[in-house]
Design a protein around this ligand. Structure first.
Ligand code: UDP
Length: 469
């Protein structure tokens, strides 16, 4: 059975942050490996943005995207219900629809791939005798922690953030208590227990696809594969298939920001953005602005409304910048309200640095563009990503947060920006980033490690098909 006859169904949990990585994975399976792919997107009544986005997509003709009928969990949640808990509920609610969509397919799938929040759908794959994989659109270190929380839960008493010693995960880098992921902050919150269940779900799949590559995290990947301290001990098949990042959008019109970049010298602009959801306090926005100004470096900054006092004053993010800032920086800066074409910007030769919240997609996009970073993590697993970028890979610097004010001060911003854009440290980091980019490109190339990982998954699926028929 060749790839052209293989059909893989991928299930995505609701939310743009989950749908986009799944689409990127599906598109790679189709365009590089020639596999037919059906993507089932779980939706809720709040999924208008996803539905609009799904209509605008240009994907391989081998990829079919189905937005499932929306699930309604409104009666089961309160305003205090955490995002992870809501996601798990939505997925459980969608199980009958997932089952019936698979059953009604003319030519059913040969395997199921689930995103990180969908392991409750594993029994559906078993019902249809399909091999089932989980796609972790993150790195191996976060995935290992995720799988290992079930053990930490038994070993450690009290709040994780208050532990005196780093949290030990056999075979890989320990996690500093202050770096733990958000759902680990409160052990009494339902989302903590949901998170543990999701981690256990990983171990019940036939394999985990991780958005990393063999050369980036060799030791951690080994630990993830051979996590014998899990009880019962499990040996999970792990497939590093990345880095999978969004391709550049085909667009006939060049945006103003890209035109502006065309006018700037090579490696001279720092791009500042905190991902799709990262927001700063009003005071922090001002300090960041003053810091950029003091640094006298060229910049592009995606500015959002502040975390506090937002709409009550103005709903224009530019109104929260210091008075006169836009005028004073007009020759060196380009401010973009709310959203910018990040992949295109990072890939532009004039961009030489990225001040980022270290979301894994942004991190991979920066690596793929060979651009060194200032690591400014905010939430989720971003502190782990920042630790990896600064301590293990040496491709980022991390500003000091003033503990009394919980803020990065303007002088610190200035220092970091100058370091990355002007100084020897920045040049060294840029060099290392270029090496990482090249190792990432090698991984994805024909016969590269990530290509082979994906090939091996498809081989397993083919073998299962032969055994079943
Ligand atoms: N992104 C973008 N423009 C923006 C902000 C974000 O295109 O102004 C994209 C970015 O390229 C990345 C994704 O949104 O693909 C953000 O994902 P990431 O994992 O970095 O962070 P998250 O938003 O999940 O915190």
């Amino acid at each position: 059975m060749d790839n052209a006859k293989l059909h893989v169904a991928i299930v995505s949990s609701p939310g743009m942050g989950h749908v986009i990585p799944v689409l990127v994975l599906g598109n790679r399976l189709a365009t590089v490996h020639g596999v037919r792919v059906t993507i089932l997107v779980i939706t809720t009544s709040n999924s208008d943005e996803e539905r609009r986005f799904l209509k605008t997509l240009t994907l391989s003709t081998l990829v079919r995207v189905i937005a499932l009928p929306p699930v309604d969990i409104s009666a089961k949640i309160t305003p205090a219900t955490a995002a992870v808990t809501q996601l798990c509920m939505s997925v459980r609610e969608a199980l009958p629809i997932i089952r019936s969509s698979i059953a009604s397919m003319n030519c059913g799938p040969d395997a199921l791939i689930l995103d990180l929040f969908c392991p409750s759908a594993i029994p559906i794959a078993r019902e249809f005798s399909l091999p089932v994989y989980v796609y972790a659109p993150t790195n191996a270190w976060s995935t290992t922690l995720f799988m290992y929380i079930q053990v930490l839960d038994k070993e450690i008493e009290g709040r994780y953030v208050e532990q005196k010693e780093p949290l030990r995960i056999p075979g890989c880098k320990s996690v500093r208590p202050e770096d733990v992921v958000d759902p680990m902050l409160d052990r009494n919150d339902q989302q903590y227990h949901d998170y543990i269940e999701l981690g256990i779900g990983l171990t019940r799949s036939d394999g985990i696809l991780v958005n990393t590559w063999a050369d980036l995290e060799p030791t951690t990947l080994k630990a993830l594969r051979e996590n014998e301290t899990l009880k019962p001990a499990v040996k999970v098949s792990v497939y590093p298939v990345g880095p999978l990042t969004r391709p550049v959008e085909p667009s006939s019109l060049k945006s103003k920001v890209l035109e502006w970049l065309d006018e700037q010298p090579v490696d001279s602009v720092i791009y500042v953005s905190f991902g799709s959801g990262g927001v700063l306090s009003a005071d922090q926005i001002k300090e960041l602005a003053f810091g950029l100004e003091l640094s006298q470096q060229r910049f592009i900054w995606v500015v959002r409304l502040p975390l506090d006092g937002g709409l009550s004053k103005s709903d224009d993010p530019l109104d929260y910048l210091p008075g006169g800032f836009l005028n004073r920086t007009k020759n060196v800066g380009f401010v973009v309200p709310l959203w910018a074409q990040q992949v295109e910007i990072l890939g532009h030769p004039s961009v030489g640095g990225f001040l980022s919240h270290c979301g894994w997609n942004s991190t991979l996009e920066s690596i793929s563009a060979g651009v060194p970073m200032i690591a400014w993590p905010l939430y989720a697993e971003q502190k782990l990503n920042a630790a990896m970028l600064t301590e293990d890979l040496g491709v980022a610097v991390r500003p000091e947060v003033l503990p009394t004010k919980k803020m990065v001060e303007r002088e610190e911003v200035e220092k970091m920006v100058r370091m990355v854009m002007q100084q020897k440290e920045g040049q060294e980091m840029r060099q290392k980033m270029k090496q990482l980019k090249s190792s990432a490109d090698d991984g994805l190339s024909n016969r590269g490690s990530s290509f082979i990982s994906m090939y091996n998954v498809l081989d397993e699926i083919r073998l299962n098909f032969r055994n079943q028929n």
